[in-house]
Design a protein around this ligand. Structure first.
Ligand code: MGD
Ligand code: MGD
Ligand code: SF4
Ligand code: MO
Length: 687
């Protein structure tokens, strides 16, 4: 029997980018476990990926091309050969382009795999060659990145692992123990050395349960709390004058601005007692080093960018950037981006810029009559937009259009693939080579192919090459082999060590404090606390608390009274991935609506009752959860994100597609709903 062990890296859209090793016996993967030599994940994976081989070898895997064999959305398909499916796609898409022009084609790809090759490489050249519309904006990360870049001139922040040196840790709008679980041991290390851990989140998460202090503001009100903290820092002389003089600009203006932001004023907005804000500010201003950790959750709001812009002021005021274990850390993906330069993959284009369509507004794009040409051909890969994009009811309406030709590359017949005209079978991570940059740490992972592709599945790069051939394109760059792309991507790292060990640290200083001595990315090199450019762009010269239209006190609040939060809550899901694997998802129960005892009582709802959660966009029918242990607070309900057909309705039929203030994100979490008891116990909701 031939037994081999192959090193690989998790591809999921998760900050941890863990290293694994796959044991292969006679060509079949029999075990996948954490690589104990990985310096960050240290041999541990997670409840999702511990079951990865069930996913790889699931009887539900798509293993041949599929062509629709029934009504749209029925999910009825017949197997087809690659040649037949490719010819069919080429014929239909060519006809669409002939009638409407290239921009009638819309690509929609997300981060289902974060490997550089399979996430986004030859697709850029293929769709440029087709003259397709460009996909713009992001479901994840864009608002935080752009806000950081515009506030301090660069998207770069501190190494998350430096949290181990902190004495005060603020986990602000991140659910570390669930979403970034391998960072938790580093936080525990700090705690062993006496650090205090504070969680600020409108939801009492499992991370809040493990913290020393939990602060639960009303959703979308953090900026008011930060302004009041700055008020206290300035009032009590807890700012670092020397740091501000050398490395900031606009401090006097900011100080005058926050003079009016007393803790009492913020308390009223945030629903957090003034003395709690006061104490937090004093602690932040006196304990060194003080580390702020945030990730993505808080960007999913109408004023998501303002959140990041304001939060970044805190470490500048106190000079916390100076200290190892101080400052602020969010996604660190931009470090890898700067080292693995992939701009050579961008097509050289001479014509006018192709139109951009926001991936966050897919429902609109597929149903509007404002687009000329209309979208009549859609390609989806690395994502499940029918379940993950807001206003999912509109997405379904669009996908149901008879005149839309939909092509999906997938491992499973997801909620989205169900609507496809053609599905192409995609490899899983252990069936393909790739390099995987991380956004939760500074290590780069290599993924060696462990087994041959199952069935007729192919890596995404091969799909783009096959499509190019079917369309009769002859530009050589459309066919660049994977090895060549990898070599070019890895030109600035020790590729030999990376391939040998499966992981290397990015070539960056061990002690990485980007702003310890100033050096902000702004033209002046200073953190511009009062920003001329943000002011002229309408975002406020100084940080401002603004009410969301669909916030607790926004203008939309009259119609539907409850704020809906739909964060990731499940240990066993990664976005929607795994939620449809029956045996895997079952222990998590099913989707539900959690509401406070007071909100439940006011509506005559008891724990376990079936309820209808609704607004003008749609409705889901799910069991209610209520009682003394709820994770919500009055006025706010939780329906978890992640369930997808057939195990549960997607919460995104309810969510708002309002764009973030700037930065190209979307306000999933600023959504208002009403909840009522449902008599409709039988009928499954449409989604
Ligand atoms: N198990 C599991 N892990 C995952 C994922 C998964 O689906 N399952 N998804 C992965 C992905 S794609 C991502 S982007 C990351 C996200 O990682 P995180 O950003 O840590 O996770 P989120 O749940 O998006 O948001 C974190 C927290 O922000 C809170 N939040 C929302 N609005 C506000 C606000 O106004 N103020 C404050 N203070 N907090 C707010 C939410 O209640 C939530 O608890 O997780 C990754 N890891
Ligand atoms: N209400 C609400 N909505 C949200 C969020 C929320 O917190 N609340 N979070 C948002 C966030 S942060 C994110 S990142 C998005 C995630 O949204 P999506 O990216 O759409 O997430 P997934 O459902 O994980 O879809 C990834 C798909 O890629 C497929 N895939 C994996 N590897 C490959 C491959 O190599 N090739 C191909 N072709 N396919 C592959 C998987 O099978 C899976 O179906 O959801 C967003 N939507
Ligand atoms: S999903 Fe995240 S935590 Fe789980 S193995 Fe992959 S990178 Fe690690
Ligand atoms: Mo995400």
């Amino acid at each position: 029997m031939a037994i081999r062990t192959v090193l690989g890296t998790c591809h999921h859209d998760c900050p941890d980018t863990c290293g694994w090793e796959v044991t292969v016996e006679d060509g079949r993967a029999v075990r996948l476990r954490g690589n104990p030599a990985h310096p960050y994940s240290k041999g541990e994976l997670c409840p999702k990926v511990n079951r990865m081989l069930d996913r790889v070898y699931s009887p539900d895997r798509v293993l041949t091309p599929l062509i629709r064999d029934g009504a749209k959305g029925d999910g009825a398909f017949r197997s087809a050969s690659w040649d037949e499916a490719l010819d069919f796609v080429a014929e239909r898409v060519r006809a669409a382009v002939a009638q409407h022009g290239g921009e009638t084609v819309l690509p929609w790809g997300d981060a289902g795999t974060q490997g550089s090759l399979m996430r986004s490489s030859l697709d850029r050249r293929f769709f440029a060659r087709l003259g397709a519309s460009r996909q713009v904006d992001a479901l994840c990360g864009g608002a935080a990145r752009n806000a950081t870049a515009s506030a301090i001139g660069s998207p770069l922040t501190n190494d998350p692992l430096d949290v181990r040196h902190a004495r005060l840790v603020l986990l602000w709008g991140t659910n570390t123990r669930l979403t970034n679980r391998h960072l938790w041991p580093f936080i525990e290390e700090a705690r062993m050395n006496g650090a205090k851990v504070v969680v600020v989140d409108p939801v009492r998460t499992i991370t809040a349960d493990a913290a020393d202090q939990f602060i639960q503001p009303l959703p979308g009100t953090d900026v008011a709390m930060m302004l009041a903290m700055m008020h206290v820092l300035v009032r009590d002389g807890l700012v670092d004058r020397d740091y501000l003089d050398r490395h900031a600009a606009g401090f006097d203006e900011l100080a005058a601005h926050v003079a009016g932001w007393t803790p009492d004023r913020a308390a009223d907005i945030c629903g957090v007692a003034a003395d709690v804000i006061e104490a937090l500010a004093r602690e932040y201003g006196t304990v060194t080093p003080a580390f702020i950790r945030t990730l993505i959750g808080a960007e999913h709001r109408e004023h998501g960018a303002q959140f990041f812009r304001t939060l970044l002021c805190l470490p500048t005021l106190t000079g916390a950037w100076r200290h190892r274990g101080g400052g602020l850390s969010r996604s660190v993906g931009s470090y890898a981006d700067s080292i693995l330069d992939d701009s050579f993959l961008d097509p050289v284009e001479s014509g006018p810029q192709r139109r951009g369509i926001s991936m966050n507004r897919l429902g609109w794009a597929l149903t509007t009559d404002e687009l000329d040409p209309p979208v009549t051909a859609l390609f989806v890969w690395n994502g499940n937009p029918a379940a993950t994009v807001p206003e999912a009811g509109l997405v379904a309406d669009g996908l149901a259009r008879e005149d839309l030709f939909t092509v999906v590359s997938e491992q499973f017949v997801t909620e989205t693939a169900r609507w496809a005209d053609v599905v192409f079978p995609a490899c899983s991570q252990i069936e393909q080579d790739d390099v995987v940059p991380a956004w939760g740490h500074l290590y780069l992972g290599y993924n060696h192919k462990a087994i041959e592709p199952l069935g007729e599945s192919v890596p995404n790069t091969e799909l783009w090459r096959r499509l190019s051939r079917a369309f009769g394109f002859d530009e050589p760059e459309l066919y660049e082999p994977d090895e060549s792309i990898l070599d070019r991507l890895l030109a600035r790292v020790d590729a030999g060590a990376l391939r040998r060990d499966g992981v290397i640290r990015l070539p960056l200083p061990e002690d990485l404090r980007p702003y310890a001595h100033g050096g902000f990315g702004t033209p002046s090199g200073r953190h511009e606390l009062a920003s001329h450019s943000l002011g002229t762009a309408g975002h406020g010269r100084l940080p401002e608390h603004r009410e969301a239209v669909e916030g607790p006190r926004g203008p939309g609040a009259g119609r539907h009274p409850l704020v809906l939060m739909s964060p990731k809550i499940h240990q066993r899901f990664l976005n929607t991935s795994y939620s449809h694997l029956d045996a895997h998802a079952r222990p998590e129960g099913g989707a539900y609506c959690e509401l406070s005892p007071a909100d439940a009582a006011a509506r005559g709802i008891a724990d376990g009752d079936l309820v209808r959660v609704f607004n003008d966009r749609g409705a889901v029918v799910v069991p209610a959860r209520t009682g003394p242990d709820v994770r919500t607070r009055d006025g706010m309900v939780i329906v978890p994100f992640g369930w997808s057909w057939p195990n549960g309705p997607t919460v995104n039929v309810l969510t708002s597609s309002t764009p973030t203030d700037w930065g190209g994100g979307v306000a999933f979490y600023d959504t208002l709903v009403e909840v009522e008891r449902s008599e409709d116990a039988g009928g499954a909701p449409r989604n």
